[in-house]
Design a protein around this ligand. Structure first.
Ligand code: 5RP
Length: 219
């Protein structure tokens, strides 16, 4: 099976978790497959909260109501992809630059369902450069702090987040303790958030493999 077919398979599997109410929807190519599958059962839900402008546009294109998170008191599920995920359900996200809104929507949801093809499952996080969303005027200061933490930050060229900020992609990190590093980076003044999703990890991973979709939970 191709990587796209694996992404489609996990997107289909995630629809089984859609029972009703408002759901949170992530960003990226795997999330896009999920949106396309969600469109087939859109009568089941009252609407969706989008984690990016791109996702909002795709949801609306399918006739799915996009709801402001501020009007949502509770949400059963958030469905999104990942750039890397471990068996502990810790993730690196933000390859698409939507990490901050993704983290906010995920925080509200009771269950985070990660959908990913098997290439995303790793033993240790960090091969994928860690995205850090930064207030533009703090870019150089934050970069120096990230170097002090052992990373090699690179400005994502020609990219501005939906929040009007820049992204530093941090190469070369050995992430032994994802929760600690997530908190440490988030405490640097000027950082909006970083792409480690460890403090709030996924609850379920639907992993697309050539042998079928595997359902995994934190070990
Ligand atoms: C976007 C993300 C995506 O979930 C992540 O980049 C995975 O993308 P894809 O499903 O295209 O592989 O965090 O900010």
């Amino acid at each position: 099976m191709t990587q796209d077919e694996l992404k489609q398979a996990v997107a289909r599997a995630a629809v089984e978790y859609v029972k009703g109410g408002i759901i949170g929807v992530g960003t990226g190519s795997t999330a896009n497959y999920f949106i396309d599958e969600l469109a087939k059962v859109k009568g089941r839900i009252d609407g969706a909260v989008a984690s990016s402008e791109a996702t909002a546009q795709r949801l609306r294109g399918h006739g799915i109501d996009v709801v402001d998170l501020n009007s949502v008191a509770s949400m059963e599920i958030y469905v999104d992809g990942a750039d890397e995920i471990t068996k502990h359900m810790h993730m690196i996200k933000g390859g698409g630059g939507a990490l901050t809104r993704e983290k906010i929507v995920a925080a509200v949801a009771k269950k985070f369902i990660c959908i990913a093809d098997e290439s995303k499952l790793v033993g240790m996080l960090g091969k994928f450069p860690l995205p850090v969303e930064v207030i533009p005027m703090a870019r150089s200061y934050v970069a120096r702090e990230l170097v002090a933490l052992g990373g090699n930050p690179a400005l994502r060229q020609g990219f501005t987040t939906d929040n009007g900020n820049v992204i530093l992609d941090v190469h070369g990190l050995t992430i032994m303790n994802p929760v600690e590093l997530e908190n440490k980076i988030n405490s640097i003044v000027g950082v909006v958030t970083n792409g480690l999703f460890a403090a709030r990890a996924a609850d379920v991973l639907l992993l697309g493999t050539s042998a079928g979709v595997q359902t995994m939970k934190a070990e």
